[in-house]
Design a protein around this ligand. Structure first.
Ligand code: DGT
Ligand code: CA
Ligand code: CA
Ligand code: ZN
Length: 577
């Protein structure tokens, strides 16, 4: 049992309790489940290991009392939780589905169901189109429109998973497959290997001496809900999480060609196949052929080389110009995780983070970083416990004090200052100038018209203290679309004022996206890849930010937090204000 499965169950119980509200005490109960969920999310160990260790107590974990500890034990031992099942039985499945809509929480679901008898997303859509939702308390025409937009996005997102979810599942299955006798290579291919922000299904490639036994072993995995297809060289299953997994059992000598084929993208493959055809050859998942003769198939490098190309990193395989450059040996040297020297967005317990400045600094040092920037929220972001001016000054002092306790890493005092609705910042200049680096982001009024949003961002960028624009489009992957604004105008303003774009590496955001980060680079902007960590563990999310940066064709030079501390500060200050 993975922590992720436990937190998903706890969150669902909390949602069910809030939808049902059979008892006024259930609001508190729901809050307790949510507290536990948050605490587990940032817990560094597997709860299963803690639960099975006779010398340890689950109740030592913050937010876990005797009752929830018993439920965790039950889940670890039986794979499910009786209480969860009981609540699920009381609520139609469609109500839970509605929770996936942006801006729709349990209270709204309860309201729609109680007042209008709505039981699923389709019925909600019909009610919104008929103008029935606006008549409900706290609803109006605009919120009705937003629900229609959320439904549209929900339909687009159906069947796709976030990169982190797919990665975690893939890593678990790879480790499991490697336990099978005779297995040699297990590699995730497809969109996951290309580092796309969302993944449709997993494509796992396996070589080994006993494919039949490997298939047998795989089909025993406890996460499998349904076997979709089973053949000599392929097994397809659907997991309980609804994710589909295709496992391909390959011959060793075919591995390189198959890896290329199943990594894709389809567009990249088609271009390569045409290239082979022009030379009178044939390219398939079995190899590159001249008639019956195999020209190359064992490794990707061989196949690319035979096609007159240097090896192309998977993140670039989208047929967006990479083949032409590979032909001339001119592919960019993409930035790597190991190039990153520090993280420039993170939160502490001062606002909505889970750890102290010192804890974040110690964790960053363990990653080999040379600097961090602490960026707690400003006061406008009340739900994140944003700091007013007085608390911000205290926080700067706290950060300076941490420097004395944790040596060997630069701890910079920053802030994630809210960009107010009219483009002014949430702090006066007199406070802004006390920070080492100021990051500015939008957290409110995200649905304003594009022109207004453009003006708002352009105005914020003109503030002389703003160094970085945080999560520039505000999107949440599969949940909330980017807000409307004129990207060219905003990039031009950033360029004029020397403001750097953040590539927020939190896999929930990946903002700028690969496409926009590449555009930013083309417009002469520099990028900072950060994690927006709210816990020391989150600092490791940098890998997803770097993958996205690579998909954006960024090199070390394009990413400023690959610089040593002095050079980074100088680069952020050299601005034609
Ligand atoms: P996904 O799963 O939707 O996130 O995206 P992919 O890229 O993983 O696509 P998937 O799982 O349908 O197929 C895996 C790879 O197999 C794909 O990237 C390229 C290759 N492939 C699939 N269908 C075709 C095809 O019709 N033609 C060619 N040339 N390649 C294909
Ligand atoms: Ca796939
Ligand atoms: Ca597939
Ligand atoms: Zn933020």
């Amino acid at each position: 049992m993975e922590n992720r499965e436990i937190t998903a169950a706890f969150q669902e119980i909390a949602d069910l309790l809030r939808i049902l509200q059979d008892d006024p005490k259930w609001t508190f109960k729901a809050a307790a489940y949510e507290r536990a969920r948050r605490s587990i999310e940032s817990y560094p160990e597997r709860l299963e290991d803690v639960a099975r260790d006779p010398n340890r107590k689950l109740t030592d974990i913050p937010g876990i009392g005797a009752d929830l500890a018993a439920k965790i034990k039950e889940m670890v031992e039986t794979g499910e939780c009786q209480y969860h099942r009981e609540q699920l039985r009381k609520v139609p499945h469609g109500l839970l589905e509605m929770l996936q809509l942006a801006g729709v929480g349990p209270q709204k679901v309860r309201l729609f169901n109680k007042e209008l008898g709505i039981k699923n997303v389709d019925e909600l859509e019909a009610a919104a189109r008929a103008g029935k939702l606006r008549q409900l308390p706290k609803m109006d025409e605009k919120s009705e429109q937003n629900i229609l937009k959320a439904i549209e996005l929900f339909r687009r997102a159906a069947g796709r998973f976030r990169l982190d979810t797919a990665t975690e599942t893939a890593e678990e299955l790879v480790a499991y497959l490697k336990e099978s006798r005779g297995v040699e290579e297990v590699t995730p291919a497809g969109s996951l290997r290309r580092g796309r922000e969302t993944v449709g299904d997993l494509d796992l490639l396996v070589t080994g001496s006993d494919p039949a036994q490997t298939a047998e072993h795989f089909l025993k995995h406890p996460s499998i809900a349904e076997v979709l297809a089973r053949g000599e060289d392929k097994v397809s299953v659907r997991l309980k999480s609804t994710m589909q997994v295709d496992v391909r059992l390959l011959a060793r000598q075919q591995y390189g060609a198959a890896l290329m084929y199943f990594t894709g993208s389809k567009e990249h493959n088609i271009a390569l196949r045409d290239r082979a055809k022009k030379r009178g050859w044939k390219l398939s998942e079995y190899g590159l052929f001249e008639g019956e003769k195999v020209l190359a198939s064992r490794t990707e490098e061989e196949v690319y080389e035979k096609l007159g190309l240097e090896w192309i990193p998977p993140e670039l395989r989208e047929n967006q110009g990479e083949i032409e450059l590979a032909e001339r040996n001119q592919l960019p040297r993409l930035v790597e995780l190991g190039d990153i020297r520090g993280d420039l967005q993170m939160h502490t317990t001062a606002s909505d983070g889970n750890a102290s400045v010192e804890e974040m600094a110690v964790a960053a040092k363990k990653l080999g970083y040379r600097y961090i920037l602490i960026t707690d929220h400003s006061k406008a972001v009340t739900i994140a416990n944003g700091l007013d001016e007085k608390r911000a000054v205290e926080n700067i002092r706290r950060i300076h004090a941490a420097r004395k306790k944790v040596k060997g890493i630069e701890i910079w005092a920053g802030a994630e200052v809210d960009i107010l609705g009219d483009g002014r910042l949430d702090y006066p200049d007199s406070l802004l100038k006390q920070f080492d680096i100021v990051l500015a982001s939008v957290h409110s009024r995200m649905t304003m018209p594009g022109e207004e949003m453009t003006e708002r961002l352009v105005k914020a960028l003109a503030n002389p203290y703003v160094r970085i624009l945080g999560h520039p489009t505000g999107r949440h992957i599969l949940k909330r679309d980017p807000f409307n604004f004129d990207v060219e105008k905003v990039f031009a303003a950033a360029k004029q004022h020397g403001v750097v774009m953040e590539l927020n590496g939190n896999p929930e955001r990946l903002d700028l996206s690969d496409r926009l980060a590449r555009l930013a680079k083309d417009r002469g902007l520099k990028i900072i890849v950060s994690t927006d960590a709210h816990h020391p563990e989150h600092l490791k999310l940098m890998r997803y930010g770097v993958l996205t940066a690579r998909r954006a064709w960024l090199t070390k030079k394009d990413v400023l937090n690959t610089l040593p501390p002095e050079k980074l500060l100088a680069a952020l200050r050299h601005v034609p204000k």
